[in-house]
Design a protein around this ligand. Sequence first.
Ligand SMILES: NC(=O)c1ccc[n+]([C@@H]2O[C@H](COP(=O)([O-])OP(=O)(O)OC[C@H]3O[C@@H](n4cnc5c(N)ncnc54)[C@H](O)[C@@H]3O)[C@@H](O)[C@H]2O)c1
Length: 266
Amino acid sequence: MTDGEAPTGAWDEGPFRLPNRTALVTGAGRGVGEGIARALAAAGAAVAVNDLHPDRADRVVAEIAAAGGRASAVPFDVTDAEGLAVALERIRETFGGVDILVHNAGIPDGGSTMVRFGDMPSEAWRQQIELNLVATMRLVQAVLPHQVARGWGRIIHISSGASSRGLALGVGAYGAAKAGSEALMRHLGVEYGPVGITANSLALGIMTGLEDSGSGLLQRLVQSVPIRRLGTGADVGAAAVWLSSAAGGFVNSLASHLTGGTACGR
Ligand SMILES: NC(=O)c1ccc[n+]([C@@H]2O[C@H](COP(=O)([O-])OP(=O)(O)OC[C@H]3O[C@@H](n4cnc5c(N)ncnc54)[C@H](O)[C@@H]3O)[C@@H](O)[C@H]2O)c1
């Protein structure tokens, strides 16, 4: 691997290994979440692969297992409080509790309504708050008792540059919800650091998937990134492994911007 390439996920060296750890990754049936689930599994964690769509979660689980990793599908809607409680109970039975929570599901099924805030129907902005803030709060409260009892835990929120930068893209509600979860991570890291739990956000920008938006856009996007490539799920997975590992134990209450050096969020 050279500096210009995305990581491959061969995390077989000591301080980055995650033996005896269980991770829950939400929205891991494709895209960024899939990259995170694969990387955590490659580092040795048992991974509960969540998605709204069971077939997506099943595919990722099968591919992790084929690569020699441990994973189980836990399809549920993270915005449904009851579904979440039932799923968390199942994860407790199967894996003994969630040591590493990665809340990644953040794009509503069917896509986001992207219009100026004044024109956004209240159902659309409420959906963003439910998925990107309320679900974070519920998930955190669901996993904390186990993490506190174990005296170890990792909470990672997948955010966006829209949390800290004004953009004329119709993402005001999305950015506000992401910023709320980033603030929660900062407070959690301080409240729970003393009992062995860290909480951080990874704010993404310029990721693969954007290139589908129109012809010629890909070239322009790549040229806008100082390292001259788009980010991948594997890049985010590498950062999640680092934050989850012993090597990342001093990183706490932080929002890191993964953008290849573009100015998102600065
Ligand atoms: N891709 C990007 O360019 C980009 C940029 C900045 C931030 N992000 C953030 O990264 C995260 C992942 O984005 P992505 O592009 O991989 O998304 P995606 O839409 O490709 O995949 C997300 C997955 O989440 C699942 N999902 C959606 N709602 C769910 C729910 N209520 N419960 C459970 N699962 C649900 C979907 O079924 C889908 O499989 C999001 O939090 C997003 O805000 C992405």
